[in-house]
Design a binder for this molecule. Structure first.
Ligand SMILES: [Zn+2]
Length: 290
């Protein structure tokens, strides 16, 4: 249910978003949970008696728009921001919010990576170390449970999946799960093998998440529209099929170009290869992550 919005941002400067019109929109997921889309990874906002809690905070250039969108949903102090992983389109608002007193939380590998220069070879990008104030203030290693806003929020690390610092944020009471970039809904996913991501880890993580779902579960992907258990099962089927085909061809000694020429993703390209990564790009990522 799309209740409202389209926040026109106008023109930004100094970032990759320069000269682009950016819109953020939000969707009410449950009475107290809202998904915020546009300009970076999907965010989730929890409101309630304890205060605002955000999952991820998009790219740095749209922090003002994030603030306005949150305020339109529920005015109040943003107490916590949880980062699902280190990528700049999920942590870009950290420094600005931290300077206003928000506490940032993430897996310890997220903080560790943000202190260093990171190459994302799959996209030919380099990210400089983040400033001190952007680093998560609280870190954890395996799992933790928040008792917050009349909700049990289970957070757990899923190993080497999209990166080596991915967390799943399960709003157990509400039956809503934010998967960060472990789930791209309707588009081939990035597996950041330079940050420790692996296709097998993605598959394992998706199987782990599926255990906590039922037909009513609402699943927020890092990118793409909100999904269901069924969408996640389709995604798993695609990942497993591509992984097994690429692995087999690689085992036979085929080069990347030969594997790409064999079209191992053919049956999935129509549904998954039109929005972002092209089939050959996804095959290259899978091949290199194996
Ligand atoms: Zn990411």
């Amino acid at each position: 249910m799309r209740l409202f919005s389209l926040v026109l941002i106008g023109f930004l400067s100094g970032t990759a978003l320069a000269q682009r019109e950016v819109r953020l929109s939000y969707t009410q997921v449950t009475p107290n949970l809202f998904m915020i889309e546009g300009a970076g990874g999907n965010m989730l906002l929890s409101r309630g008696k304890d205060g605002l809690f955000l999952v991820d905070d998009k790219v740095a250039g749209v922090t003002e728009k994030v603030r306005e969108t949150v305020k339109a949903i529920e005015p109040g102090e943003i107490k916590f921001i949880f980062n699902t992983h280190w990528h700049h389109d999920h942590t870009g608002g950290n420094a600005a919010f931290r300077n206003e007193g928000t506490l940032t939380v993430a897996h310890r590998n997220v903080r560790e990576r943000m202190t260093k220069k990171n190459e994302v070879h799959a996209l030919n990008r380099t990210h400089e170390p983040s400033p001190e104030e952007a680093l998560p203030v609280i870190t954890f290693t395996r799992e933790m449970v928040w008792h917050y806003n009349d909700e049990e929020i289970h957070v757990y690390h899923v190993g080497n999946a999209h990166t080596d610092g991915d967390s799943i944020v399960w709003f157990k009471t509400s039956n809503v799960i934010h998967m960060g970039d472990v789930f791209f809904n309707g588009l081939y996913p990035l597996i950041d093998y330079s940050s420790g991501g692996t296709i097998r880890g993605m598959i394992k993580a998706v199987k782990r998440v599926l255990k906590d779902t039922n037909a009513e579960t609402k699943i927020i992907p890092g990118h793409g529209p909100m999904g269901t258990k069924w969408d996640l099962m389709q995604y798993l089927e695609m990942l497993e099929d591509v992984e097994s085909k690429v692995r087999q061809l690689k085992k036979e000694g085929k080069s990347l170009a030969q594997v790409q020429a064999a079209n191992p993703t053919k049956k999935w390209d129509e549904a998954w290869g039109k929005v972002w990564l092209k089939p050959d790009e996804f095959v290259a990522i899978v091949y290199r992550s194996l």
